[in-house]
Design a binder for this molecule. Structure first.
Ligand code: ZN
Length: 66
């Protein structure tokens, strides 16, 4: 078995906050949240094709009300 399938290595995207490399799973989907390992920012995937773009995810407002 000598398949020469090109298995792309994991891709990375630049963090919009600190410019660090954020690892992206190969099966990433639009709307997925990626956490930056450097600054902890949460990046929401906007598009996957033709290029992967992310935007800072809106902060989740925790509802402390009753
Ligand atoms: Zn970052």
């Amino acid at each position: 078995m000598s398949t020469t399938a090109t298995a792309p290595a994991h891709q990375t995207v630049l963090c919009t906050e600190c410019g660090g490399n954020v690892r992206v799973p190969s099966d990433v989907m639009v709307g997925e949240i990626l956490a930056c390992p450097d600054c902890g920012a949460e990046l929401e995937v906007q598009t996957v094709t033709p290029t992967l773009t992310v935007e800072l995810a809106p902060e989740v407002q925790e509802d402390w009300g009753e």
